[in-house]
Design a binder for this molecule. Sequence first.
Ligand SMILES: [Fe+2]
Ligand SMILES: [Fe+2]
Length: 221
Amino acid sequence: MAAIPEIHDFLLCETPKTWIDAALENQAVMLIDHANCEKKAAATAMNLLYRYIDRPALLHKLSRLAREELRHFEQVLAIMQKRGIDYVHVSPSRYASSLREGARSHEPAKLVDTLICGALIEARSCERFAKLAPFLDAELKKFYQSLLKSEARHFQDYLKLARQYAGEPIDDRIAFFAAKERVLVESDDPEFRFHSGAYVPVAAKSDLELTSSSGKRRSSM
Ligand SMILES: [Fe+2]
Ligand SMILES: [Fe+2]
């Protein structure tokens, strides 16, 4: 985190230790959900490419970003394959959908809010990669450290685009979403995912968590 002070300044809190512990204990779920997050990050950028064809800076930045996210997706898949982790269905966390709930519906406010949420999601991913890396095996550590740079750039790209298209100061909107993000990160969450909150295991829930949709028990490594 010290290497990325702008991320530290932007986010209102650090990832809680309970999440780090859960991630280390559930590395298969972490990698599967990480793969899903990379795929979703590419899809979100692609959606914006379709919706805002009249915004050249957005088209340029987010086309590149989508390609990078798909490359990350391929890299996570390769690590999963190497480790014998099946790509089973893992439901999305509450994080991204809850974060975007407060987005305005008129333009360009809708675009600006979507871009601010994008910046927060990228910043949190970056913070989590940095925080997890020291505890991971050599291969995963190297991979997560390699992702820091691009996720930090994605954070900057989203933030710059938000400022560019707002046409007015956006500090209050950033503060609004950053406060929501903090609650999602610090509040109890019985479900472990890449962007889940403070992990609080619930006995019945953790059994469910380890059972895939096919009824097969999922490896938790
Ligand atoms: Fe990524
Ligand atoms: Fe990213």
